[in-house]
Design a protein around this ligand. Structure first.
Ligand SMILES: Cc1ncc(COP(=O)(O)O)c(C=O)c1O
Length: 404
């Protein structure tokens, strides 16, 4: 008979707690291996992964084509630095540029680095192309944004946990309410170089702005010679049923910021994609990263682009997402206050009188479904796009059982 004393989870959790900074509050699950939408912990318990690495695992754990691409590259060449060119570089960049419909790509590693790159490019464009006086460039962002954790990025966060005690803060950002076009119009000045927005605010609780908002943003940017930067790091690459979430609004940004799923859940790969008149402002020596665009990253990233080019994952996300949202909407009034999102991405507001989001995700984990809470009583569901209909129905049934 297996007793609690035989389980490996408690010791593994204690060890992790003992040796690491406590900048996360993970669920008490220690994962050992995974395949597709399922993970297995060190004690052999299986869970459905309904977080998918915050959308870094859009293609599931260990997608065979991505793993094959990584293995093949590991056996040939892993790193050169950008001091030299390697034979995987152009292929990845061409594929990604074509997927984005843009002239050029600048590869980096983490999402935050892509955001930092976008900020630097927009500022330089502002000074060199738009003619903004030196040091005066302004970028407009939204209330409730999440763009990463660097000191500049948290300077324009409105989340006190993310921002407090990390000053002094980088100037040059104006914050307006998300989804409010009049506020955005009022914030644009002759020194505005860019508007930086998430097409759907993930961390804020999967908030979808009012229909027509992004068409309005596009027009305001065009009218004022301002760049529109879409942070598609979490919302992009199939998550919402289209390659980019902004496509739902039939809007094309000047710059795409990409990350997470671009690395296939294997390596950190991020990128900025834009046309030559924007990304072309950078000259040698002005920006870079030792690991950015490395051969392993490019081999995996190119395989990701090939998967997305089939359209299969976008189609799955749209079709299965409709099923997920139908199942979740049936819980409104039964412990759920509201459901938001698009495709295989949902923010679910739990009735706070019933329990907190944390309590919900702990109970879901005990029933074999891994998800993440945010902002008190909201939970986020974002399974890998390879999830099956049965898996979706199973997860929704577990949530229903908890709330019953
Ligand atoms: C919209 C968005 N932008 C940027 C980031 C930062 O990405 P990373 O954690 O890879 O730095 C995230 C991460 O959650 C995100 O959701």
């Amino acid at each position: 008979m297996v007793t609690d004393l035989d389980l490996r989870t408690p010791a593994a959790l204690a060890d992790a707690e003992r040796w690491t900074a406590h900048n996360y509050h993970p669920l008490p699950v220690v994962i050992a291996d995974a395949e597709g939408a399922w993970v297995t912990d060190v004690d052999g318990r299986r869970y459905l992964d309904f977080l998918a690495g915050y959308s870094a695992l859009n293609f599931g754990h260990r997608h065979p084509e991505l793993i094959n691409a990584a293995h093949a590259q590991l056996d040939r060449l892993t790193l050169t630095s950008r001091a030299f060119v390697h034979d995987q570089f152009a292929d990845f960049c061409r594929g990604l540029a074509e997927l984005c419909g843009k002239d050029l790509v600048l590869p980096m590693n983490t999402g935050a680095e892509a955001v930092e790159t976008g900020i630097k490019v927009a500022r330089k464009w502002g000074y060199q192309v738009k003619g903004v006086p030196d040091g005066q460039a302004e970028i407009i962002v939204a209330d409730g944004n999440f763009h990463g954790r660097t000191t500049t990025i948290i300077s324009f966060s409105t989340d006190t946990d993310a921002r407090d005690d990390f000053g002094p803060y980088t100037p040059g950002f104006r914050i307006v309410p998300y989804g409010d076009l009049a506020a955005l119009a009022g914030a644009i000045t002759p020194n505005t170089v860019a508007v930086l927005l998430e097409p759907i605010q993930g961390e804020a609780g999967v908030l979808v702005p009012p229909a027509g908002y992004f068409a309005g943003v596009r027009k305001l940017c065009d009218d004022s010679n301002v760049l529109f930067i879409a942070d598609e790091i979490q919302s992009g690459l199939g998550r919402t049923g289209k390659t980019f979430a902004i496509e739902h609004e039939a809007v094309v940004p000047d710059m795409y910021l990409l990350g997470k799923a671009l690395g296939g859940g294997i390596v950190p790969v991020s990128a900025v994609a834009a046309n030559r008149d924007v990304l072309g402002v950078l000259k040698p020596g002005e920006h870079g990263s030792t690991f950015g665009g490395n051969p392993l990253a490019c081999a995996v990233g190119a395989a990701v682009v090939r998967l997305l080019a089939t359209g299969e994952f976008q189609e799955r996300s749209a079709r299965l997402g409709a099923r997920l949202h139908e199942g979740l909407n049936a819980l409104v009034g039964k412990g759920v206050l509201a459901v938001r999102g698009r495709g295989l991405w949902a923010g679910v507001d739990i009735d706070p009188a019933l329990m907190t989001g944390r309590q919900v995700v702990e109970r879901l984990a005990a029933r074999g479904v891994l998800a993440k809470d945010t902002h008190g009583s909201t939970i986020r569901l974002a399974p890998p796009l390879v999830v099956t209909e049965q898996d979706l129905d199973h997860a929704v049934a577990q949530l229903a059982a908890i709330l019953a």
